[in-house]
Design a protein around this ligand. Structure first.
Ligand code: AMP
Length: 442
C-alpha cells in the first residue's frame, strides 16, 4: 500500500498497490521454491519465478503419482518434461502470455485467439467451440431474456458457456467489466432449472451459491442475477453483513434458488441454522484472489464444506496466486478448464490512462482541488477519489465540502444504508464525486 505521505491520483493507487502485490506474490513463490529445493528438487529459480504457480502445482502432482523418490524437473526441454512458455500477441496487439506444462498433448490442450487462452482436458472438442451468438447456446428464451440488449456473448461468455453448460468446473481469469457475472450467472440459472425438473419437491432450497469478497460486489451480482432469473422464476438473495439479519432470514425461509453472499454473514447464518447449503451443487467463487487477500480463507473453506460433495465449481479471479491455485486444487475437479481473458499477470487497465504523482502530504489537498477544477468543473464528470484510511475518507469529504464540492464518501465506518445511499447517488449522478476509503479490502 502507498505510504501516507504519498498521494496518488487518477487510479494511480491501483497501479502502485498492484505492483506491490505482484512483488509480494513473487516473494511468496520464491520462498516456496526455496522450501521445495530443500526437498531435493532441482530447479532453475528464475525460470520458476516466471512459470509461477503452475510450476509449483506440477511438482505436487508428480509427487502424488510417484509416491516417493527424488524428482528432477528440467526447464530446458531436454528432460522428460519441459515447461513451454508461449508469449503470443493477440490480433489487437495486446500481449497475452501463458505458461503451460507440456506434459501430455491428450491431457492438456490449448486454444488461443483474440486475447483469450483456453486450456484443459479436451478443450479442442467441437462441442466446446466458442459461441458466436446467444442462440448457439441452445438456451431457452426466458433464460436468454437478460441478454436481449447485447449483440453477442462477450469473450468470457462465448468461451465459458460451452464448458459450464456441459457441467465442467471452470477457472476464469477475467476482470470486472468483461461480462463475467452473466458468464457464470446464466449457467447458474440453467443449473437451477435443471435441478427443478429432476426434483419434484415443492420446497425451494438454494442450489447455487456465489461467494463474493465485498458487500458492494455481492449486491451488484445479486442485482444482475435477480433480473436475469425473473423471466424463468429463479429467485436470488443477497446476504451480507452490516444490515439486520431479519429480512435475510425471512427471504431464506420463503425459499431461494441462488444465494449470493459475503463469507462472514453467510457463515453466521449457516451457524444459526437458517441457511442450508447441502443442496447447493453449483458454486461460484468470485474474485477469489481478493477473497483470500482479505483473509476469508477459513470462512470460504468452512462454507464450501457445507455444500453438496457432488458439485460444479467455478472460480473467477483477476490473478492466479499460489493460494488461489491451492484452493482450486482442493475443491475443484482435477481437470478444470481455464479461460484466460487478457493476461494472467496483474496489470493496470489499458483503457485508463494512469498518471502517478508523488506529492508531499501538505500538497495533496491543493493538487486534488486543481484536478477537480480541471476535470469536474461542469459537475458532470463522475470522479472517484480513493484514500487509504477510513479517517482520511471523512477528512477528505469535509475538506471537499468546505471547498464547495458536493461529495459523498464510503468507508468501513459507515452504516451499510449510508454506503448504499452514497453509491446510488454516485451512480445516478446526483452526487458525482465519491470518496472511497480502504477500497482494496472490502
Ligand atoms: P460484469 O463484468 O459482469 O460486471 O459486466 C460488465 C458490463 O457488461 C455490465 O454492464 C453488463 O451489463 C455488460 N455485459 C454483459 N454481457 C454483455 C455482452 N454480451 N455484451 C455487451 N455487454 C455485456
Amino acid at each position: 500500500m502507498a505510504g501516507p505521505k504519498n498521494q496518488q491520483i487518477e487510479a494511480a493507487i491501483m497501479q502502485d498497490t498492484d505492483s506491490k502485490l505482484r512483488k509480494k506474490n513473487k516473494n511468496k513463490q520464491k520462498r516456496k521454491i526455496e522450501e521445495t529445493d530443500a526437498e531435493d528438487v532441482e530447479i532453475d529459480q528464475n525460470a520458476v519465478l516466471e512459470a509461477g504457480s503452475t510450476e509449483i502445482s506440477k511438482k505436487k502432482k508428480k509427487k502424488k503419482a510417484n509416491g516417493d523418490g527424488k524428482e528432477e524437473i528440467s526447464l530446458n526441454g531436454s528432460g522428460e518434461e519441459s515447461i513451454k512458455k508461449n508469449k503470443k500477441k493477440s490480433k489487437e496487439g495486446e500481449g497475452v502470455s501463458e505458461v503451460k506444462i507440456a506434459e501430455s498433448a491428450q491431457e492438456e490442450e490449448v486454444i488461443e485467439g483474440s486475447g483469450v487462452v483456453v486450456s484443459g482436458k479436451n478443450v479442442n472438442e467441437s462441442r466446446y467451440k466458442a459461441l458466436d451468438s446467444f442462440s448457439e447456446s441452445g438456451l431457452p428464451d426466458d433464460v436468454l431474456e437478460c441478454c436481449k440488449a447485447f449483440d453477442k456473448p462477450s469473450p468470457i461468455q462465448a468461451h465459458s458457456w460451452p464448458f459450464l453448460l456441459d457441467g465442467r468446473d471452470l477457472i476464469g481469469i477475467a476482470a470486472t467489466g468483461s461480462g463475467k457475472t452473466l458468464a457464470f450467472g446464466i449457467p447458474a440459472i440453467r443449473h437451477v432449472l435443471n435441478k427443478r425438473k429432476s426434483n419434484a419437491s415443492k420446497k425451494v432450497y438454494p442450489r447455487c451459491l456465489v461467494l463474493s469478497p465485498t458487500r458492494e460486489l455481492a449486491q451488484q451480482i445479486a442485482d444482475v442475477l435477480c433480473d436475469a432469473g425473473k423471466p424463468s422464476g429463479v429467485r436470488s438473495i443477497c446476504i451480507y453483513g452490516g444490515t439486520s439479519k431479519g429480512p435475510q432470514i425471512s427471504t431464506l425461509k420463503a425459499g431461494v434458488d441462488i444465494v449470493i453472499g459475503t463469507p462472514g454473514r453467510l457463515k453466521d447464518l449457516i451457524e444459526m441454522g437458517v441457511c442450508r447449503l447441502n443442496e447447493v451443487s453449483f458454486v461460484v467463487l468470485d474474485e477469489a484472489d481478493r477473497m483470500l487477500d482479505m483473509g476469508f480463507e477459513p470462512e470460504v473453506r468452512s462454507i464450501l464444506s457445507q455444500t453438496c460433495s457432488v458439485r460444479q465449481m467455478v472460480m473467477f479471479s483477476a490473478t492466479w496466486p499460489p493460494a488461489v491455485h491451492q484452493l482450486a486444487q482442493e475443491f475443484m475437479d482435477p481437470n478444470p478448464v481455464k479461460v484466460v481473458v487478457g493476461s494472467e499477470d496483474l496489470a493496470a487497465n489499458h483503457d485508463v490512462m494512469q498518471i502517478v504523482e508523488v506529492l508531499d502530504e501538505r500538497a495533496r489537498d491543493e493538487r486534488l482541488q486543481n484536478l477537480l477544477e480541471k476535470y469536474h468543473k461542469s459537475r458532470k464528470n463522475r470522479v472517484l477519489v480513493f484514500v487509504l484510511y477510513k479517517k482520511e475518507a471523512s477528512r477528505v469529504e469535509s475538506m471537499l465540502h468546505r471547498r464547495g464540492w458536493k461529495a459523498v464518501s464510503i468507508s468501513g465506518d459507515k452504516a451499510q444504508s449510508a454506503r448504499t445511499q452514497a453509491l446510488s447517488q454516485f451512480k445516478d449522478g446526483s452526487c458525482p464525486l465519491l470518496n472511497w476509503s480502504n477500497w482494496k479490502s472490502w
